[in-house]
Design a protein around this ligand. Sequence first.
Ligand SMILES: O=C1O[C@H](COP(=O)(O)O)[C@@H](O)[C@H](O)[C@H]1O
Length: 477
Amino acid sequence: MGGIITTHAALLPVERTSAGTGQHTGQRTLVIFGASGDLSSRLLLPGLGSLLAGARATSVRIIGTGRSQLAADEWTDRVRSAFESRGEISSAAADTLATTEYVAGDPTEVEHLRALLELAGPAPVLYFSLPPAVTTAIVEKLRGLELPEGTELAFEKPFGTDAESAAELNQLVGSLVPEENVHRVDHFLGRTAVLNLIGLRFANRLFEPVWNAEHIESIEIVYDETLGLEGRAQYYDNAGALVDMIQSHLLLVLALLAMDAPATMDAVEVRSEMARALRSTHLYRDSAIEAGRRARYAAGIADDRVVPSYADESGVDAERGTETLAEVMVEVDTNRWAGVPITLRSGKALGVARKEIVVKFKPLRHLPSGLNGARDGETLRIGLNPGELSLSVPALGVDGPYTMGQVFLDATLPSSSVLPYGEVLSGILRGDPLLSVRGDVAERCWEIVEPVLAAWRAGEVPLDEYDAGSNGPATWK
Ligand SMILES: O=C1O[C@H](COP(=O)(O)O)[C@@H](O)[C@H](O)[C@H]1O
């Protein structure tokens, strides 16, 4: 039954024809702060490599900067191997490699920043691949300098460490460049499956009319990983699953799922609708204690790997009580959604990599009597990675001519050779903020989860335990 639900790649922002599809077409200089860090080599540079390898390649010059002393060829080798992880080096990638340079220095020193800006030339993109405190310190220093016209600022998550610090950083950043030149990066917005929510919902006769509380019983947005800590204790032990995944990525997925139709695909319109949906989002029954639960993995085997208990992972402060699995239930208090429980869940070292949105439709009010068998109702599963759709619908004849059962209508979403980071970078380099998180949204995402964080920090919700490789605590249903 594959192919019954048709989706198409024309939703990717580059295909948009409306206003706002990017002002910059010439070469751009990307200055990466924190260039020698793990994030840059693991995600940012491979993402850029995937962009440069494809039909939408643009001309990019990269200047890496950081405190580490890297020799020029050491840096170029790093960039090359990140690009090579995407296959052969394309001619656009080769051009980038030929011009890339690395400038070691203290990014909080004004003189270093001045030299970088001079080297970068007109309309640079300054990309902060650094923890929030260092980013803030650099941005403060940038205030003392004149930024070239058209400077774009890009920030890795987390943007701030709570709503207050995010608001302060927003103010600071707003004193440097206009909001449309600010890119708060969230690579989930660059996922084909996430972008395609717009197509699935608003360009689809089957789903558009039923996408509301009248027809939908519940929604789950799940991103369960089999991966454990992966040596990221320094960051993760401070963040935990709630901040790492729900506060940022999953709330943005929710925004696209719950928003009303934007008038156009212009960044202003799409981001306003996302913001409106999140402004109406709050914890289910407004109870921080009831709306969330948390757990931490104990030793086990996940994905055929022996995983030590989280508390024993190197770099972890066991006393801190960081959760590695978080679940939060919210409600979007609008005419469209009021009363529908929406569960956001993500965790590490789980038995199954379950990465999907599950939309459960309400049963019909009436069925002809005489129809036998189980009737589970319709459930739509939207895979986030890989992008697969499955609609389970009741059908007759499963166990006899008048007996009901479930059949599945399956489809595979188009996939893009451009990695999610590459997709987001593509927008940043073009100067299109469509896939960037707007300032008020970054603050709002913190506001939504903060009561839960506070309740957890105060020990008002138990920290449950699950074996690595299981599907979560045995007591969780
Ligand atoms: O930002 C993050 O995302 C990844 C999950 O995204 P993926 O694209 O790598 O699957 C998550 O593992 C990581 O902890 C988080 O910081």
